[in-house]
Design a protein around this ligand. Structure first.
Ligand SMILES: [Mg+2]
Length: 311
């Protein structure tokens, strides 16, 4: 059930590397480095889950290595355990102060090293699960609004750099409150889960992103596709939901569950704000609602003076 973790073992003595490898290779993928520079290279290349770091090393000692690791965003969060022949309390304190999670003196007891590593990796695993959960909507299991905001920002910057279009679609379930009143909240939750899953299968180019924005609102982010392509995708998505024929007796849009979609496409510029894209899509969602629901409405290209539309 646990993933296979990768350990980077850094020691200049061949015998120590062999000993630790033998001790740990049944449980983990092992990468070796024999000096400080190599340690940094391999850490950046493989981003291991944990590093066993010798202090006395040629070229660059372990203290310098951990400082470098902590200075690099890519390696900052990798836990480091010092394994060293230095065993004064001062050495240990120094190692821990530099950000090591643990400190083991040589000669070490293999069984204890193994257990300590296991414990630290267990924390790594738990922290990642928590991070993942914090990014997912608990009802539908798809990314939540917080994650969406992060991805939107990344894609915005990337599209600005590449001078590529970015499309945002805001999706709203038609007459969802009436559905809940009629069928109950458990049925409503089930509808949201089904819609989330259909959206994910409808929108699946690499880079496309689906999230639950809140309540009965979802968002789709489509980078690098032109306006016509994005509109077509929105229309397919609308049809996919309708084709499920989930009964909705109290909707005036159709006898089943339908969605309304508002979309906007623009090429991010320094002069436009991310909020403008969202606001445009949301404005056109309103348009889709007011022209009968179960439809796609799209901001015209000349609406890119977004600030006017969105004040
Ligand atoms: Mg050494």
């Amino acid at each position: 059930m646990n993933p296979t973790f990768t350990l980077l073992i850094v020691d200049d003595e061949k015998q120590n590397r062999a000993l630790l490898t033998e001790l740990l290779q049944a449980e983990y993928r092992i990468i070796l480095a024999k000096d400080g520079r190599q340690a940094l290279e391999r850490a950046r290349e493989h981003t291991p889950d944990l590093i066993l770091l010798d202090v006395l090393l040629p070229v660059m000692d372990g203290y310098t290595v951990i400082r470098e690791l902590k200075n690099d965003d890519k390696t900052r969060n990798i836990p480091v355990i010092f394994i060293t022949a230095l065993d004064s309390a001062g050495d240990e304190e120094r190692g821990l102060e530099l950000g090591a999670v643990d400190y083991v003196s040589k000669p070490f007891t293999p069984a204890i090293v193994r257990v300590r590593i296991r414990n630290h990796l267990q924390s790594v695993h738990q922290r990642r699960l928590l991070e993942q959960m914090a990014m997912l909507d608990s009802l539908t299991g798809i990314p939540n609004r917080r994650r969406f905001n992060e991805v939107l920002e990344q894609e915005w910057r990337r599209c600005m750099r590449d001078n590529a279009p970015l499309s945002l679609i805001v999706v709203d379930v038609d007459h969802f409150k009436a559905f809940n009143d009629c069928y109950g909240h458990a049925a409503g939750d089930e509808v949201l889960r089904r819609i989330a899953s259909t959206l994910q299968t409808s929108v699946r180019r690499p880079g496309d992103f689906v999230a639950r924005y809140g309540g009965e609102e979802f968002v789709l982010l489509l980078p690098g596709i032109d306006r016509e392509g994005a509109q077509l995708l929105a229309e397919h998505t609308r049809a996919d939901i309708e084709a499920e024929h989930i009964p909705h007796a109290v909707s005036d849009a159709a006898p089943w569950i339908t969605i309304s979609l508002g979309g906007a496409t623009l090429i991010p510029q320094e002069s436009t704000a991310i909020a403008d894209l969202f606001c445009l899509a949301d404005t056109w969602l309103y348009e889709a609602k007011h022209t009968g629901r179960n439809r796609v409405a799209w901001a015209p290209t000349d609406a890119c003076s977004a600030s006017i539309a969105c004040e």
